[in-house]
Design a binder for this molecule. Structure first.
Ligand SMILES: Cc1ncc(COP(=O)(O)O)c(C=O)c1O
Length: 429
């Protein structure tokens, strides 16, 4: 084998090589042996329009025929990148400018650098540390991995953890105290955040980053009042808020952006994945007017914004993203995701009382079944895979985030396979 595989045990892979995939067919992927699977988590929560989206293929080919590559440095830019920026700004709540990159990790790296730039522009050079939460996933760069709150992403890499402050995850089910209501749990998390910032010295804390609903940490949906409480504390200490919408953005939780679902008013947003339905690597950082003014002032003084990547604002990616926006608008994204999300919830509802099931939850088309043990979740996930449906196994959780192009019958297949895989565990073999 010549590849180094990400998030894979390199020793185990020597005896169990990865399954190779050769074709996509709507919401299904086909492996080298011809076996077809529904990917019920859109691969990495990202292939919102499935694995053979013809309109995106055409958009890509058309743009390749017109202008296959150009950059946005030093006074030039592809026209299509400018068009995409304008379309995004018209959609993004409270944002005024966007900066393009190529991956989600890179978007988080950029947002982290913008935090430093912002506070330097404000002449408060100590205000640089960023708070993130246990269980968060923000990427695999230096800073984005340090912000990630999953220790297996830190091990062995000597990340710049000094630049990060860590606070508790909003996992009511696992972390609430006996008798604590959701609202009280949210208040406690806010008090803990307040204490953390106060102890660290607010003049050293520049920003807080959070996924509106957490993905890779186990589909953790915010409990009642959580974001309102957190935003009060951030405002009190003049701490910027970065909403990492890399999974949630473009419809996943039932509104165009999860900031709308949860009434979050961020200073910056990071976007990727469903921006291009993941058929072209592209990401973006959107910033509010307040943040942009500071960036503009300091970059103006410095003579340039000394930050950018060769493939940022790639014309082919921009053309694909514009076509995605057209498709999302034609499907009336919030209504469409709301309807399919309800079908998922209905299909999973009867699992609530199944032996070993701790919780069933969803927000739009982001859903999870949580089990009592990791072993049970793994057994159900592996059984579902044998039955031709991929869920993402995350400890005791099976995550579900299917492509938006699922038919009602696809949703029925996904939820019935989940039910059957759970039932199969209850029956002695
Ligand atoms: C919330 C969140 N932020 C950042 C990232 C990193 O994105 P990428 O893998 O494109 O670098 C991910 C990837 O899953 C993510 O889920």
């Amino acid at each position: 084998m010549a590849q180094i595989f990400p998030f894979t045990d390199p020793v185990a892979v020597e005896t169990t090589p990865p399954t190779q995939f050769v074709r996509g067919n709507g919401v299904r992927v086909v492996d080298a042996d011809g076996k077809s699977y529904i990917d019920a988590v859109s691969a990495l929560w990202c292939a919102s329009l499935g694995f053979s989206p013809e309109r995106l293929t055409r958009a890509m080919a058309d743009q390749m025929g017109k202008l296959a590559y150009y950059h946005s440095f030093m006074g030039r830019t592809p026209e299509v990148a400018d068009q995409l920026a304008a379309r995004l700004i018209a959609r993004l709540p409270g944002m005024e400018r966007v900066f393009f990159g190529t991956s989600g990790s890179e978007a988080v790296e950029t947002a982290s650098k913008f935090v430093r730039y912002y506070w330097n522009a404000k002449d408060r050079p100590q205000k640089k540390r960023i708070i993130s939460r246990e269980g968060a996933y923000h990427g695999s760069g230096q800073m984005s991995a340090a912000l990630t709150g999953l220790t297996y992403c830190h091990d062995g890499f000597d990340l710049p953890l000094d630049a990060v402050l860590r606070t508790g995850r909003p996992h009511y089910l696992r972390d609430a105290e006996p008798g604590e209501s959701e609202a009280d749990f949210s208040k406690r998390r806010a008090r803990e955040l307040d204490a953390l910032i106060t102890a660290a010295d607010p003049e050293t804390v520049g920003a807080f980053i959070g996924e509106p609903a957490m993905g890779a940490g186990g589909v953790i949906l915010p409990p009642d009042g959580y974001w309102a409480e957190i935003q009060n504390v951030l405002a009190k200490h003049d701490v910027l808020l970065i909403a990492d919408e890399i999974i949630c953005g473009f419809g996943r939780t039932g509104e165009w952006f999860a900031c709308e679902t949860y009434d979050i008013r961020p200073d910056m947003m990071t976007l990727a994945k469903q921006l291009t339905a993941s058929v072209f690597p592209m990401s973006a950082v959107a910033v509010s007017g307040k943040v942009y003014e500071a960036i503009e002032a300091l970059a103006g003084k410095n003579g340039t914004l000394g930050h950018g990547v060769t493939y940022g604002g790639h014309p082919v990616g921009a053309a694909v993203a514009l076509e995605c926006l057209d498709i999302y608008e034609e499907m009336d994204l919030p209504a469409h995701v709301g309807r399919l999300g309800n079908l998922i919830a209905d299909g999973l509802a009867r699992l609530r009382d199944a032996p070993g099931v701790l919780d069933v939850r969803h927000s739009g088309m982001l859903a999870a079944v949580e089990f009592n043990t990791d072993a049970l979740a793994r057994a159900v996930g592996e059984e579902a895979e044998r039955m031709g449906v991929f869920f993402r196994i995350i400890g005791s959780v099976l995550a579900i985030a299917p492509p938006y192009i699922c038919t009602d019958a696809d949703i029925e297949e996904i939820t019935s396979v989940m039910r059957k895989a759970v039932e199969a565990q209850a029956v002695p073999q």
